[in-house]
Structures are given as structure tokens and as C-alpha cells.
Ligand binder design. Structure first.
Ligand code: COA
Length: 180
């Protein structure tokens, strides 16, 4: 596939079903080898669409951005105030998911950059992201300049799940590495 032309924009209510699709497909792709099967199967398009509709209707400080290529949504991110303010970061990216066929085209970077720009415009000065400890996304976060700052055991539907947090003290991504 050629590098797709991408637009990043605020999500609207009508995006909920496509956000759910991207979220589920990316989640399955990432976690098939990591999480128990019953957890993977518990996520349904209907349930996720309802979740994102509720998030888009809510009058909260959570913001949701999508990456669009033609008429297809190929990525999404949600962010807002940090849920662990005692770690010293005021902003948090809650979710960041790219449609698997579109991995590696810079969409994750573009979404994270847009999330940081939005957080900064809202007065935040730093950001934290929690990820599953075995998720390869850690290499992406390191490439983006995030520093490993904390670990915890979370619970997901009764299962213990190890998580690691990456932090950015300033809302700026690492420059892209130019390989000779
Ligand atoms: C992690 C994720 C968001 C990255 O998005 P992406 O669009 O594939 O990444 P990009 O193309 O923007 O890559 C940006 C940089 O990160 C690096 N990178 C991305 N994924 C990587 C990986 N798995 N291993 C090593 N480096 C990686 C790229 O090489 C690139 O580096 P460069 O800018 O120096 O060339 C995407 O793969 C994804 O959605 N994964 C599944 C869901 C997930 O794990 N989300 C995070 C939940 S916490």
C-alpha cells in the first residue's frame, strides 16, 4: 500500500461505529498473544459503539480525535486529565489505536502529536500513557520520546494485567530519526 493521505479531526457522534471497529481490530491484533481469549471475545462492535457514543455525548474533559483516509477511519485517540495526578503528569492519553493494515505509516505519530497539541491548548503541560507491559507499543512510545516512569498491576475483568507508564514532562514528541 502507498502511504495514505490522512486527515486528523475531532470525532463526532456519527463516527462511533467506525471508532469501535478500529478499536476492536487493533485490540485483537495487539492482544491476541497477550490476553486470555475470554477477554478478547468479550468486546463486541455493539458494546464498543455504545461506549464511544456515550463518550462522545458526555460533557467531560475527555477529547477524541480520529485519523481519516478517504471515507475510512484508520486511527483514533482519546485523552484528557491524568487519572494518576500523584505521578506528576497533568495530562493523559487514554487510548491510541491505529487500524492494523495502516500500521507503520506515521498515523500513530500524527495522532499523538495532535493529542499533545490539543492538551497544550487546554493548558496541560505534561502527559502520561499506560500500556500493557508486554505490548510492542512500548517501542513506539520510546521512539516518540516517552520515558518509562511507573509500573502497576491493573485488573481487567478479574484478571491481573501488568502495565507500564510512559511519561512526557513536556508536550513535545522526539524528532523523527533519519536513517542514512
Ligand atoms: C502503537 C501504534 C499506535 C503505533 O502507530 P503506527 O501508526 O503504527 O506508528 P508510526 O508509523 O506513527 O510510527 C512512529 C515511530 O514509532 C516506531 N514504531 C512504531 N511501532 C513500533 C514497534 N512495534 N516497534 C518498534 N518501533 C515502532 C516507528 O518505527 C516510527 O519511528 P520513526 O518515526 O523513527 O520512523 C499502533 O501500532 C497501534 O495501534 N498498535 C496497536 C494498539 C496499541 O497497542 N495501542 C497502544 C495502546 S496503549
Amino acid at each position: 500500500m502507498d502511504e495514505p493521505a490522512i486527515t486528523i479531526r475531532q470525532a463526532v457522534l456519527a463516527d462511533a461505529a467506525q471508532i469501535a471497529r478500529v478499536y476492536i481490530e487493533s485490540w485483537h491484533d495487539t492482544y491476541a498473544a497477550i490476553l486470555p481469549k475470554q477477554l478478547l471475545c468479550a468486546m463486541t462492535p455493539r458494546g464498543q459503539t455504545a461506549r464511544w457514543q456515550a463518550a462522545l455525548r458526555a460533557k467531560s474533559r475527555e477529547r477524541i480525535l480520529v485519523a481519516q483516509s478517504g471515507r475510512r477511519l484508520v486511527g483514533m485517540t482519546s485523552f484528557g486529565p491524568s487519572r494518576d495526578s500523584d505521578l506528576g503528569f497533568d495530562g493523559e492519553v487514554y487510548t491510541l489505536y491505529v487500524d492494523p493494515p495502516y500500521f507503520g505509516f506515521g498515523i500513530g505519530r500524527a495522532l499523538l502529536e495532535a493529542a499533545f497539541t490539543n492538551l497544550e491548548a487546554k493548558g496541560y503541560s505534561s502527559c502520561i500513557i499506560w500500556a500493557h507491559a508486554k505490548n510492542n507499543a512500548r517501542f513506539f512510545y520510546e521512539a516518540m520520546g516517552g520515558k518509562l516512569i511507573a509500573e502497576r498491576m491493573a485488573r481487567m475483568m478479574g484478571d491481573a494485567v501488568p502495565e507500564t507508564a510512559f511519561g512526557w514532562r513536556k508536550l513535545a514528541l522526539a524528532e523523527r530519526q533519519h536513517h542514512a
